[in-house]
Write a protein that binds this ligand. Structure first.
Ligand code: DQA
Length: 139
């Protein structure tokens, strides 16, 4: 099984950004956690982060026929990006949406998710563990 993990804008700032919401662990901690989990489960994983919508769209397009599953935290693009939704629909790869925080209990605008219209599951509010649950779901 080959899984692509995609993280959107500002997730490279984990550990620094709003620690009361996202915690004190860094993006490198997240990468290590996912890599260790995938090693234990025998999953091949690629982990990608970008602050640019177009780069995320291109990464999804390039995943066509190369990955069996996508775990995506589109971050702020969750609430705005039809382009990311369309890219996921275009490649037809099984997808799980993840949010570190509980988006349903924050500002109203965070309740809208375009990716949710395609994702087979959304995991929100479980911190970094959400990524591991998403991988387990795809398995
Ligand atoms: C987030 C929630 C989004 O609303 C926010 O814009 C993020 C991170 C999360 O993981 O909780 O950047 O996707």
């Amino acid at each position: 099984m080959k899984i692509l993990v995609i993280n959107g804008p500002n997730l490279n700032m984990l550990g620094v950004r709003e620690p009361d919401i996202y915690g004190r662990k860094t993006y490198s901690d997240l990468v290590r956690l996912i890599e260790n989990h995938c090693r234990e489960k025998g999953v091949t994983v690629e982990i990608f982060q970008s602050n640019h919508e177009g780069a995320i769209v291109e990464k999804i397009q390039n995943a066509y026929k190369k990955f069996d599953g996508i775990v995506i935290n589109p971050a702020a693009y969750t609430h705005t990006s039809v382009a990311i939704l369309d890219a996921l629909k275009a490649v037809g790869i099984r997808t799980v949406e993840v949010h570190i925080s509980d988006v349903s209990s924050r500002e109203d605008f965070r309740r809208i998710s375009y990716v949710k219209l395609y994702a087979e599951k959304t995991i929100s509010g479980l911190g970094f563990d959400g990524y591991l649950r998403a991988i387990d779901h795809l398995l």
